[in-house]
Design a protein around this ligand. Structure first.
Ligand SMILES: [Zn+2]
Length: 168
């Protein structure tokens, strides 16, 4: 497949996924405002965009490498790229003195850094550890939910299990 097509597919996938997520948020807002026809329009747009995103995703799936390469790509290239973007975002949020945005970027950076130790933990065979994700900041806990999230302080009830490795 030509490289340009791959780049276009990846960009279309990213943008379509992003817009689908926004439309779902718009639908919730319309529901809160008691506007059912707007809710339906946004929900239909979200569903339609998700279908299109899945289609791009299926086309891209054939271009995904093996798990060893994917693990290396995520840890050595993709996460550091995200962290450098987050560093710029934090700087901007700091300048704008928008505390909650700055906090969101800082939490995301902490969680991104956590993936390296998680990887080391998960390459060992027979890791039957349950993983749980904080629904506020994305922190990943193993075993059971902590009393309070070490990154954002959320209560244990905010952690959602990923499911055991054996069940995937
Ligand atoms: Zn958290």
């Amino acid at each position: 497949m030509p490289r340009e097509t791959l780049v276009c597919l990846a960009a279309a996938f990213a943008e379509t996924t992003r817009l689908a997520a926004r439309c779902a948020i718009y639908a919730s807002q319309a529901a809160r405002e008691g506007d059912p026809s707007a809710r339906q329009l946004f929900a239909a747009a979200a569903a339609s965009l998700n279908v299109q995103a899945r289609r791009y995703g299926r086309l891209l799936r054939g271009t995904v490498a093996g798990t060893d390469t994917n693990r290396r790509m995520l840890i050595e290239t993709e996460i550091p790229a995200l962290q450098s973007l987050l560093a710029q975002c934090r700087q901007w949020a700091g300048d704008a003195e928008w505390k909650s945005a700055r906090e969101a970027f800082a939490h995301a950076d902490t969680v991104a850094a956590q993936l390296e130790s998680l990887r080391r933990q998960l390459v060992r065979p027979a890791a039957a550890t349950e993983l749980l994700v904080c629904q506020i900041c994305g922190h990943i806990a193993s075993g059971s939910a902590p009393e309070a999230c070490p990154v954002c302080g959320a209560v244990a009830g905010k952690f959602k299990p990923v499911g055991p490795a054996s069940a995937l």
